[in-house]
Design a protein around this ligand. Structure first.
Ligand code: SF4
Length: 422
């Protein structure tokens, strides 16, 4: 989401005669689009703020994004900051910059309950040539007990279907070969504006002309049932990769997290998805060290992860976010325990990823190549089921689809050989 919004802000400045320079270079304006998902992200944002002002002490430093939305007072107090802009005001940053030239400090942050409109932003591309994001929806009303997002992004607001489809057409005609459908909780698309559902969004993009893929960024398992999966799997351009956040394998912890499914229900969804597409890669997120997580709960999670054969597990150590229910829970888990559990789970996940990848040795796979690593000489790309493939070739494979035969395995992917067919 932040990448999409950063791109939209960039394009707006370019359209108005500004030049974009690298973050380490001297600039008149620095915009720091922050995240607040963990304490670490807040700390990193503060480092960027100070660095910007060190490069040019006379610059205008603007802090926007979720950290700005959640802690405007804290950020306003930082001497180096000129402007604090909330999550639903990003489209107005250009105007605020013009205002800031005569005004030393400006805070433009609405209360999250007052954020009611979808703020339309547009992009023409993503900088790189292969993959582009499309934002379809904003906000969430699920209030998982650990999550700050409903407060940082506000309630659900969906983008107009026509705007989504027009942006998809622009990106495809600009040569993008992978469209990633993105939202804070994309499965909730349309509940507020009555313009269809996420499935309708996919169907409309799937029907557009051209050779391209559709990827889904992340989905909540609570919305899946057999009918939903049937329709989802019918879209030919949709990649066989779904990121479904399970968060824990313990039903007790899932309940405390206010997640609306059980581990068993999640396992059934995975089974049905794999039945429909054999090579389906299911990736997931897990939080370790959620308040009250016992050794038994953690063992259940390890057992669950082993059983599920995820292609990749993103392991997060629980990070207390002020204002959420979980932050007030009394049985917080010690940092050392969180780190230990994280290490164990990463090891399990790495083994599972390797065994998932090994299944593809000697198979022919279509890869969308993105870039050449000049150090190693390998072109690097992704299969539609999100496996990284390395391939050497005298041809320029960048931004091209190509079939390769898988000949070996790397730490984080596969090695492929050309050519099979094009
Ligand atoms: S569904 Fe996702 S975004 Fe919404 S509260 Fe839960 S974790 Fe946060």
């Amino acid at each position: 989401m932040n990448q999409y919004e950063t791109q939209a802000i960039k394009e707006k400045f370019i359209d108005n005669g500004y030049e974009i320079v690298h973050e380490d270079d001297y600039a008149d304006v620095y915009i720091i689009n922050t995240c607040t998902v963990t304490n670490l992200s807040d700390r990193k944002s503060r480092q960027y703020i100070r660095r910007a002002k060190r490069i040019n002490p006379d610059s205008i430093v603007i802090v926007t994004g979720c950290y700005a939305q959640m802690s405007p007072d804290e950020i306003e107090k930082i001497e180096d900051v000129n402007l604090v802009v909330g999550t639903n005001e990003k489209n107005s940053i250009l105007e605020y910059v013009e205002m800031a030239q005569n005004n030393n400090k400006l805070v433009k942050v609405k209360e999250y309950e007052d954020i009611i409109d979808y703020e339309e932003m547009k992009i023409q591309g993503m900088g790189e040539r292969t993959r582009a994001y499309i934002k379809i929806q904003e906000g969430c009303n699920q209030f998982c007990s650990y999550c700050i997002i409903p407060y940082a992004r506000g309630n659900i607001r969906s983008r107009a279907m026509d705007d989504i489809i027009n942006e998809a057409k622009t990106l495809i005609s600009n040569g993008y070969k992978e469209i990633v459908i993105t939202g804070i909780n994309a499965a909730l698309y349309g509940v507020d504006n009555g313009q269809g559902t996420l499935l309708d969004v996919i169907e409309n993009i799937d029907g557009l002309e051209g050779k391209f893929r559709i990827r889904l960024s992340s989905l909540e398992p609570a919305f899946f049932d057999d009918k939903y999966i049937d329709r989802l799997m019918s879209y030919k351009k949709l990649c066989s990769h779904i990121h479904l956040s399970v968060q824990s394998g313990s039903n007790r912890i899932l309940k405390a997290m206010n997640r609306k499914y059980s581990a068993e229900e999640f396992a059934t969804i995975v089974k049905v998805l794999r039945k429909r597409r054999q090579d389906m890669n299911i990736t997931t997120d897990i939080i370790v060290g959620f308040p009250g997580e016992t050794e038994k709960d953690f063992d259940e999670t390890c057992h669950f992860v082993t059983k599920m054969n995820f292609g990749k597990v993103h392991v997060f150590k629980y990070s207390k976010r002020k204002g959420t229910k979980a932050a007030d829970m009394t049985d917080q888990v010690e940092d050392a325990v969180k780190s230990k559990r994280s290490d164990i789970l990463i090891e399990i996940s790495d083994k599972a990823a390797r065994s998932f990848n090994e299944k593809f040795i000697n198979r022919e796979l279509e890869v969308l190549f993105e870039a050449k690593n000049e150090k190693t000489g390998y072109f690097e790309g992704l299969t539609d089921n999100y496996i990284k493939v390395y391939c050497k070739s005298d041809l320029d494979l960048c931004d091209q689809f190509a079939y390769v035969k898988i000949s070996g395995i790397m730490d984080d992917g596969l090695i492929g050989i050309l050519p099979i067919k094009s």
